[in-house]
Design a protein around this ligand. Sequence first.
Ligand code: PRP
Ligand code: URA
Length: 208
Amino acid sequence: MKSVLVVSHPLIEHSMTVLRDKQTRADEFRRHADIVAKLLLIEAAKDLTTGKLTIDTPLAPFDGQSLKSRVIVVPILRAGISMLSAAYELLPSIAVGFVGLVRDEKTAIADKYYEKIPKINSDDNIFVVDPMLATGGSMDEALNIVKAGGAKKITVVTIVCAPEGLERVAKNHPDVPIITAAVDEKLDSKAYIVPGLGDFGDRYFGTE
Ligand code: PRP
Ligand code: URA
């Protein structure tokens, strides 16, 4: 595996506790999911490249830096959409691609129902975002899709991982770094992450 980075930050610790609390309602859940997504995306953006840009401050010329990298954010529908507003705020000029995958409730096997990926150049930075990495089936499939589209520089940004999912993604995509807020203990018999936070999509979209 290239790397798994568990981002440690007091704001993440606080927001993760709010997200995990079963009493937290959708409005607060969304607000804290957005905070965590932002802090993780800031970490993912650390390797983006900048180029020199000379501007004039009100007082003098200044040699500054301007972002050069093209970033494509690929949320895995549906829950990955929750991380898009944070991405727009930090990187307003991103392109966005979508992969729609849903897990069968009994087998936990991910089934693709939608795909719309923009043209990818080999030097584009692709952030594949999905808050939950459980068995890793959805992420594995999404990574296959973006790689088939030509992606070479890929980063996974996820909020909670299970060790089982990390292992699967690491085995099948050792070239892809993973940035996360938490690596939890295990999966339960229904492939939910424990202690986890429940069904992220249902809690975020208020469809419980
Ligand atoms: C959830 C989650 C991930 C997937 C993770 O989506 O958002 O996409 O499960 O599980 P895996 O690692 O075992 O594949 P779900 O299929 O529940 O759909 P949703 O996003 O529409 O709620
Ligand atoms: N998807 C979720 O939303 N939560 C889990 O615990 C596992 C998959």
